[in-house]
Design a protein. Structure first.
Length: 537
């Protein structure tokens, strides 16, 4: 009986060992990695797990800590996941993790863990499913989808130059399907010769004309790279851009307005024919408009470089619209331009060129100046008229005036009515013209004379003057009026009555008040006898 019991026990032990061996064999046949760990240490690993971990045998894993194969940044999450397994059969849901291999390489796996008993003690069995192939397949699918969504044609070539890959963009650009071109020489697919090695080694980028299936040309920007399976060409279709550029060039060339593009450093990069024509007398026609050509403002003041439109836009980024500038020509004439200036690429102001557009407004400017001159000058004598005199007086009384008014002389030519009655109005006009010219010559260079109306004139002394010099100037004015004036076979003599009002530095009178004071003094002079001078009190 005792022997039978011993045999039965031995058979039982043998049976357990056999079952365990069979399970180990089954585990080793699994394509998934399987390991059992107790208290954080590995107690079993199948052949797949051994192979994945890159060790010679399972004995090299037994006893190792699970934490040795888990990156430190996710170790806490893994331990927290396992700590929730309290009873046999509890499962942790599948989780993607990266496992460290023996030589530091990483393997992406999906791990599923279950609580079990192993040799009578609690343990955890973890199944690892390799994600490398599925992720590689996902990546390939993503890359394939990406190739079909990029706007550039992507053409894969074999080492012999035949087409192996042809994406959707290439189909659209060339009008040929991937099925039509796969296996054919690249020159048949794109309608032009392509030397991939020369492009890679010497050119880098090539702008070429290819031919689509319908015979239409395609402007292509071509780049290339070597791959393990041959070459890859990137074909960017620039046809629409080149067409737009040609249209733009044609429009700019046909414009009557000058267009000049300046480099950020101020040098000219290009100028259209109108710019060269407008500035032909400034620079040779075949030379670009240089940014250092001296300019003047609308009032004729020379503009320093820092006030010139191109410099200001390049440094501030703020556009200028319809600014009037003048350019002096080699023949001494002046060309007037209405210029608009702005950044060509305002989003990149530090590197943006500056574009200036301008039209020749010389004729309009001269017509405007003539109109302004006629509005402010007397037609008969060419002197300032009443309006011009008032404007000059007002300007000279401003605090910031460059020339300060020092005296106003009101002049009335005596006996002019008698001249008109005796010799006619033409004679009177001749007296006015000659007398006004003589009186103008009697003044200093800074002084002004205006004809107010009829036989009335006003002299504006625009700088300080000593009394002695003023007396001599008044004498010269009297002489200018009284010297005989030839008219046909006659000599006509007139005199002048002059009223003077002095203008002090703190004088608060305006133009009208000053003229009234001088006018009143002139009437006092005339009342005391013709050819006299009186000062305002």
């Amino acid at each position: 009986m005792q022997g039978d019991d011993t045999d039965a026990a031995g058979a039982s032990v043998e049976s357990v060992a056999t079952v365990e061996q069979r399970f180990r064999e089954l585990f080793d046949l699994s394509s998934d990695g399987i390991c059992v760990h107790q208290d954080g240490a590995i107690v079993f690993a199948n052949a797949t797990a051994v192979r994945w971990m890159g060790v010679p045998g399972s004995e090299d894993l037994i006893g190792r800590r699970v934490a040795d194969f888990i990156p430190a940044d996710i170790l806490g999450k893994v331990e927290s996941r396992l700590s929730g397994l309290h009873h046999d059969g509890d499962n942790a849901p599948p989780t993607e993790v990266s496992m460290s291999r023996s030589r530091g390489a990483m393997r992406d796996v999906e791990a599923t863990s279950t609580r079990i008993h192993w040799h009578g003690r609690p343990a955890v069995v973890t199944y690892f499913r390799d994600l490398t192939k599925s992720r590689a397949a996902d990546l390939l699918r993503y890359q394939a989808a990406l190739l079909d969504h990029v706007s550039d044609g992507v053409v894969g070539l074999s080492p012999e130059g035949t087409v192996s890959t042809w994406n959707a963009a290439a189909e659209k650009i060339y009008g040929r399907t991937a099925q039509e071109v796969r296996g054919r020489p690249v020159h048949e697919a794109v309608g032009a010769d392509v030397d991939a090695d020369r492009l890679i080694d010497t050119l880098g980028v090539l702008h070429a004309t290819h031919v689509a299936a319908d015979g239409s040309p395609r402007s292509i920007r071509l780049t290339a790279a070597r791959t393990a399976s041959g070459y890859v060409l990137i074909c960017a279709d620039m046809t629409a851009l080149r067409r737009a550029e040609r249209h733009f060039e044609a429009v700019v060339t046909a414009l009557d307005a000058g267009v000049v593009v300046f480099h950020p450093d101020g040098s000219a990069m290009s100028a259209n024919p109108a710019a060269q024509r407008i500035l032909a007398t400034v620079r040779p026609v075949d030379a670009p408009f240089a940014s250092n050509i001296p300019l003047v403002d609308a009032d004729g003041r020379a503009l320093p470089v820092t006030e010139q439109p191109v410099w200001q836009v390049a440094h501030s980024g703020d556009p200028q619209v319809d600014r009037v500038v003048g350019v002096d020509c080699e023949d001494g004439s002046r060309v007037w331009l209405s210029m608009s200036t702005r950044m060509l690429s305002p989003d990149d102001p530090l590197r943006s060129p500056v574009v200036a557009t301008f039209v020749d407004i010389t004729a309009q400017k001269m017509a405007h100046e003539r109109a302004e001159h006629e509005a402010a000058h007397d037609v008969l004598t060419g002197l300032l008229n009443r309006s011009g005199a008032f404007a000059r007086i007002a300007a000279s009384l401003r605090p910031d005036a460059v020339q300060r008014l020092s005296a106003v002389l009101f002049i009335d030519l005596d006996d002019l009515k008698s001249v008109n009655d005796s010799f006619g109005h033409d004679a009177g006009d001749a007296v006015l013209v000659t007398a006004s010219a003589r009186m103008k010559d009697a003044l200093r260079e800074s002084d002004l004379i205006a004809r107010l109306a009829g036989d009335e004139f006003v002299v504006l002394l625009m700088q300080g003057i000593e009394q002695e010099d003023l007396d001599r100037l008044i004498d010269r004015l009297h002489c200018a009026a009284t010297d005989p004036i030839p008219y046909h076979d006659f000599e006509i003599t007139v005199t002048a009555s002059i009223g003077v009002t002095l203008v002090g530095l703190n004088d608060m009178r305006d133009a009208l008040e000053l003229l009234r004071a001088a006018d009143e003094a002139m009437y006092n002079a005339k009342a005391s006898g013709r050819g006299r001078t009186r000062y305002a009190v």
